[in-house]
Design a binder for this molecule. Structure first.
Ligand code: HEC
Length: 334
């Protein structure tokens, strides 16, 4: 009996060790321990006219309104529904692992962000932890906003606080098991001050702006970047706007090497590349208000990145692409 007891104990120990090793080597312990996070503080971002104007620019670049503002997708450029700026919406996307709701960010105290503190909002935007401590589902691109400077995030919040409060109650997000646990690996705290990028360093500034504004052109897997695909497109975007795949922005023949600065500015502001219209999920309706100097910096940066061969052609039927591991037009040509 004693012998059997020992063997059993050893078997149990071996199973525990194997399981620990398996967890450590695969998803890690975050799904069990909870996300990396920091406590919020009571800082307040002083509202100034400069911050308000700048915050609007950052919000237009970052595309917050694509998700937080209900829009009319039937019309070109997907204009906002009247009076609905940042009032949130139940996300109409297929294939999500549960119900995902983009919250009401207007200052309404009952149904919006009126009672959330400035630092709670800053933490949500850059670090992926909601005002209530919950892990935010990473369709909200907080990993792309992680590098947002302290001044930019303060400006965004000052701008959001300036919007008319809209009473718009929404259901809560509810992510299914096991994705609700797996997403806990994504949040990352900001623990150091994040200064602005030097405006004179156009390439670095372009890189900074592209990271915040052009994230859909970096395919991800389980909320993490897919190595080797930076700016090479391939994210499949499906919703009320149709089904399109983000374009390759690298200076390869399969990317946008044929662009010049004027083509780039026109594409971002009007949604036309020559005569070819872009799908309205490309937020040209917002980007037209982003300062020209910022768009030019993004273009200058994109000229300096390594070319990546990755053909994406939304006029062709979707086929499997072994490069980005998705189905998209011209996928079989990669
Ligand atoms: C691609 C869609 C998308 C974009 C773009 C986006 N968000 Fe979100 N955001 C969401 C969704 C969806 C949630 C809720 C996720 C959840 O409940 O887990 C969310 C959550 C949030 C929250 C958390 C609120 C809370 O519960 O505490 C804040 C704040 C927020 N977003 C602000 C912004 C700002 C500011 C921007 C632009 C800089 C932005 N979002 C861009 C989709 C988006």
């Amino acid at each position: 009996m004693k012998m059997l007891g020992k063997i059993l104990l050893l078997v149990v120990l071996a199973i525990v060790l194997l399981l620990s090793a398996a967890i450590t080597l695969t998803v890690g312990w975050r799904p069990i321990l909870g996300p990396r996070h920091r406590a919020t503080n009571d800082r307040v971002f002083e509202p100034t006219p400069a911050r308000l104007a700048h915050g609007r620019d950052v919000v237009n670049l970052a595309g917050c309104g694509i998700c937080h503002t209900p829009r009319n997708w039937k019309e070109r450029g997907a204009p906002e529904l009247p009076g609905s700026t940042m009032m949130g919406q139940d996300f109409p996307l297929p294939g999500l692992p549960g119900r995902v709701v983009a919250p009401n960010l207007t200052p309404d105290p009952e149904t919006g962000a009126g009672r959330w503190t400035d630092d709670q909002m800053a933490r949500s935007i850059r670090e992926g932890i909601g005002h209530d401590g919950r892990t935010i589902f990473p369709i909200m691109p907080y990993s792309a906003y992680h590098s947002m400077s302290d001044e930019d995030v303060a400006s965004v919040i000052v701008y959001l606080r300036s919007l008319p409060a809209v009473r718009h109650a929404l259901p809560a997000t509810k992510i299914n098991f096991p994705v609700n646990l797996l997403v806990r690996t994504v949040p990352e705290p900001v623990t150091q001050p994040v200064p602005d990028v030097d405006r004179k360093d156009i390439i670095q500034r372009g890189r900074y702006l592209a990271t915040i504004g052009c994230g859909c052109h970096n395919p991800t897997e389980h909320g993490q970047p897919l190595p080797g695909t930076e700016w090479a497109g391939g994210e499949v975007l499906e919703g009320p706007w149709g089904n399109v795949t983000s374009a390759n922005l690298t200076p390869d023949a399969s990317g946008i090497s044929y662009y010049d600065e004027a083509t780039f500015l026109k594409a971002l502001r009007t949604g036309y590349v020559g005569a070819r219209p872009l799908n309205s999920i490309m937020p040209f309706g917002e980007l037209q208000y982003v300062p020209e100097e910022d768009l030019k910096a993004i273009y200058a940066y994109l000229r300096t990145i390594p070319p990546v061969k990755h053909r994406v052609d939304n006029s062709l039927p979707p086929t499997y692409c072994k490069f980005c591991r998705r189905n998209h037009g011209a996928g079989d040509q990669n």
